[in-house]
Design a protein around this ligand. Sequence first.
Ligand code: PSU
Ligand code: MN
Length: 312
Amino acid sequence: MFDYFEIREEIREEIGKGKEGKPVVALESNLITHGLPFPENIDTAFQMEKNIRDQGAVPATIALINGKIKVGLTHDEIERLAHSQNVVKASKRDLSSLVAKGMDAGTTVALTMWIAHRCQIVFFATGGIGGVHNSYEGEYSMDISSDLIELSRTPVAVICSGVKAILDIPRTQEYLETMGVPVLGYQTEELPAFYSQSSHLRADYLLKDPQEAAQVVWDHLRLKLGTGLIIANPVPTEFALSKKKVDHWIEQARKLAHKENIKGKQLTPYLLNKVKELSEGRSLKANIELLKHNATIAARIALSYHQIGIKS
Ligand code: PSU
Ligand code: MN
């Protein structure tokens, strides 16, 4: 099994040390290949790693390189993914084919969670998870991100800013409830809406600080509930966009996607890019800042979790 994985030396050592080691925080690479434009993708990937290190944890950016599952990318590998035009977006169903063909790929939330769990990594920071796409003129596409399915069966804590705003947030929340995935607000009562601080929907519970967040994750895993957890941290106030404005840009982007018949795994990157254009870059700025902040908060929670482990 472990022939498929290449875990970077430093990460292997820290995981191997158990309680004595530093906590590891996973990061996805679909952000680098499909989520953000060049060169912001490189800068953000490096900055997220740096924020995790500044808190005293170790970042593990996850991707496929030449068909190997890499846990902990080098700077050169991050640059290689960021520069390449035709890297694949890989979710779990793509893994076997890409491994067999020896390809490079950016891993989505679903696949990154699964890889992190295989490597005993508990915390994972990203921007916004995938979810249920909106209907178009009352017609449902059945486009439901496999991120949701993975959250229902892989015990990893995903620190994000909620569900991406381009999605049907209420339906996504219903799905998560059905599948038994806790949706927790980090220092907020509400579920954040990615570029905006609130979706006007309530989170299940409020987590007041890293200690409380870590305790919930600890108990969730010890109870062997089997599902992942969403720890939703709102975009920092100074970069937050008004939900009304964002909804307007998204509506336009969705019309264009429909006209151009964009479907399947192309849809999310297409919508994010269109919203960036329509907002004249403001959505991109918010996206970058929430990613960096989520990396910091994930590392703080991972450190508190580690402290619980040491004391127990
Ligand atoms: N967070 C961001 N930008 C992104 C994503 C997350 O700030 O682009 C990516 C994640 O990799 C997530 C994917 O898994 O979007 C969802 O794609 P889909 O809707 O096709 O499942
Ligand atoms: Mn989809």
